[in-house]
Structure formats: structure tokens, C-alpha cells
Ligand binder design. Structure first.
Ligand code: MN
Length: 240
């Protein structure tokens, strides 16, 4: 990577894998991004240059500060929406990794103002439901992108203490305490959305209670390594 403070090489490689896994699992396409807080400096984070996630390599990973500035001033193009990451890291010291995507099954929830709620144990991290954000409430008509610090800060305020925020007419952002956990959460937010949409056509849904959600989330966090190994193998097999 290029940056004035070198990050751990293993962390960078894991971030590269996360980019490729999120594409392989259908969470991101040409757009969307994943970041991790810098292991040496909590006021910085690691994020690819402006590139499709499936194509990201270690040399593409840049170091940003919490104003969204490319610390090493590499001259590379940055993601327009890097302020999502910057402002969430500023507002949430507990957050170590962030995924922003436009994964399709989540979109109807943001558009209707319905929360994603945990319909099965795998989505216990959704707790009592997702947060909601609407760029129109902040700036009126826009391209809906989180293209500056003001919008990033408003998004971070809307996220509050939740693990996922729905962005009306746009997508969603999930946060976690590790790369593995945030990738898991991004994948299962999309799965939960699909299942919740299906279940609603059958009748009234009984979601996990907040207590069940918390217990399931804690249990799942001890098992993420098993899924990560599978996701990792799928992308590395495809590289050969
Ligand atoms: Mn976006």
C-alpha cells in the first residue's frame, strides 16, 4: 500500500480479500466499498482507490484520515463516498470496519421506511432493527451520494449505535468490530432482506426478540471464522 504510516501487511491482505468476497457473494458490484480502521492510528483508515472491489489488489489500498484526505497524497482517484467511512470512524470509536453497498434486496426497505429486522438467528446483529437515513432530509434534491463530510456526519448520526443504516433510494452501510464481522453482516443483511420480503407475503412475521437477537449475535460472532474460511477459499480458488 501507499501511505505515510505503514499498516500491517496481513490487515491489508485481509481487506483485499474482503473486497473480493463481497463481490463473490453478490453484495457489491462495480460499486460499493469496504474499509478498515488503521491498526497503528485510530484517526486513519484503509480503503481502496476508486476501483471495482473484485479487482482490488494490495497496491490499491490507500490510507485516509478522518477528513477523507489521502494521507500520502498519491494523486490516485478516491471513492466519492469515502466520507461514509471517515465520519463513521469519527463518530463510533467501537467501529473497526465499514461496508457500503447497493445490495438489491435492501433497497425496498429504505424506499418504504420499513426497518430490516432479524427474521432468523444469523441476522441477530440487526438487534431491534436498522437505522434509516434520507439525503433529501439534509440537502433536498441531490445525486444521493455521500460526497462530503456534512453528509457523512449526518449519516453517522442516523446510524447512531446501530449496526446497519438504510439509505433511502441508495443502499445501506453496515459496521463491525473486524473485517470478518462486517463482511458477515453485509452478506446477512442482504439475505435477511430477501427472507423478510418473502415472509411478509405469507403473513405477519414473528421476528427475533431483542433478547434473542443479542444472544444469537454473540453466539454467531464465535463462528464467523468458519464462514470466512469458506468465502476465502471460494475467491482464492477462482484466482488460480
Ligand atoms: Mn453508494
Amino acid at each position: 500500500m501507499t501511505g505515510s504510516v505503514q499498516a500491517d501487511a496481513g490487515l491489508i491482505e485481509k481487506l483485499v480479500l474482503a473486497n473480493q468476497i463481497l463481490y463473490d457473494q453478490g453484495v457489491v458490484d462495480g460499486l460499493g466499498h469496504v474499509s478498515v480502521r488503521h491498526d497503528q492510528n485510530p484517526g486513519r483508515f484503509l480503503l481502496s482507490r476508486n476501483r471495482a472491489p473484485a479487482l482490488v489488489q494490495a497496491a490499491d489500498i490507500l490510507c485516509y484520515d478522518l477528513d477523507g484526505v489521502d494521507v500520502a497524497n498519491t494523486g490516485q482517484r478516491s471513492y466519492l463516498e469515502r466520507f461514509i467511512h471517515a465520519e463513521i470512524y469519527r463518530a463510533r470509536p467501537d467501529v473497526q470496519a465499514v461496508v457500503h453497498s447497493h445490495s438489491p434486496n435492501v433497497i425496498p426497505f429504505g424506499a418504504t421506511g420499513q426497518r430490516l429486522r432479524p427474521i432468523f438467528h444469523m441476522a441477530g446483529f440487526l438487534g431491534s432493527g436498522t437505522a434509516r437515513f434520507d439525503t433529501h432530509d439534509v440537502v433536498g434534491d441531490s445525486d444521493l451520494l455521500i460526497g462530503n463530510a456534512e453528509l457523512g456526519a449526518a449519516l453517522a448520526r442516523a446510524l447512531d449505535s446501530c449496526s446497519c443504516v438504510l439509505m433511502r433510494g441508495h443502499g445501506s452501510t453496515v459496521v463491525g468490530t473486524s473485517i470478518e464481522q462486517v463482511v458477515y453482516r453485509a452478506i446477512y443483511s442482504e439475505v435477511n432482506a430477501r427472507l423478510q420480503l418473502n415472509a411478509c407475503t405469507l403473513g405477519e412475521v414473528k421476528y427475533l426478540t431483542p433478547g434473542e437477537a443479542d444472544l444469537a449475535a454473540a453466539s454467531n460472532d464465535t463462528q464467523i471464522g468458519r464462514s470466512w474460511e469458506l468465502w476465502w477459499k471460494q475467491v482464492t480458488d477462482k484466482r488460480r
